[in-house]
Design a protein around this ligand. Structure first.
Ligand code: FES
Ligand code: FE2
Length: 238
């Protein structure tokens, strides 16, 4: 079961181009493409006639032509061409369309009632436009398991001392107790670890010498967005 009335990340915006791309999200088959003006489109990936995936058809400018009998759909999912039935377009031949928005270099899709889709509700990435902050390009990591196992892992700083020995581990990650906080959008598991050397990964990133106060902040926000913060401050200031 999934939360439908929510914005989900479909993928990196750059991976959606002016070509048909099939993807399964929340158990629904979806075909993505970009219009000539670059705006993204997401339609149900099944022709209403004989259910051929529309992703196996052709993209002609802003329209998708089914690869079985040529029914043609615009980017709202309306049928706008039926070559085998000259002059009459079947009114019931409609495919579902999904609201999609490019933001933060990601493509977001609303999986629920389209009338409730408000782009202002997209998860906010703080400081994204702040020139004093940077970002790195991420990839995509397909994991063959129920997504709740990933949610569990990303809310679990207690595994760090054993799994991430050469990167995020360090004194205190094995036995410092964790704080749990419920928020409006989800839950935060965190802890401060005081006056310890930085972990190997952060050693060269921290802008001061010696020990640190360190915070591990693992946050999960509805519907499944993980926010992981690592804070290092001089000892006594955390
Ligand atoms: S299955 Fe698409 S037009 Fe027939
Ligand atoms: Fe991990």
């Amino acid at each position: 079961m999934f939360l439908k009335n929510s914005w989900y990340v479909a993928g990196w915006s750059k991976d959606y181009q002016k070509e048909l791309r099939a993807q399964m999200l929340l158990g629904e088959r979806i075909v993505f493409y970009r219009r000539l003006d670059g705006l993204p489109v997401a339609l149900e990936d099944a022709c209403p006639h004989r259910k051929l995936p529309l992703s196996q058809g052709l993209l002609q400018e802003n329209r998708v032509v089914c690869g079985y009998h040529g029914l043609t759909f615009d980017c709202t999912g309306a049928c706008v061409g039926a070559p085998t039935q000259r002059g009459s377009i079947p009114k019931r031949a409609v495919v579902k369309s999904y609201p999609v928005v490019d933001r933060y270099r990601l493509l977001w899709i609303w999986m629920g009632d389209p009338k409730k889709a408000n782009p202002d509700d997209i998860f906010e990435i703080e400081n994204f436009d702040n020139p004093e902050w940077g970002y790195t390009d991420g990839g995509v990591l397909p994991i063959e398991c129920n997504y709740l196992w990933v949610v569990d892992n990303l809310l679990d700083p207690s595994h760090v001392a054993w799994v991430h020995v050469t990167s995020f581990a360090g004194s205190g990650t094995d036995d410092q107790p964790l704080d749990l906080e419920k928020t409006e959008k989800g839950v935060i598991v965190s802890r401060w670890i005081y006056d310890q050397p930085p972990s190997p990964y952060y050693k060269d990133l921290v802008k001061f010498e010696g020990n640190c106060d360190r915070k591990q902040h693992y946050e999960m926000c509805i519907p499944g967005i993980a926010l992981n913060k690592s804070v290092y401050t001089p000892p006594g200031t955390g």
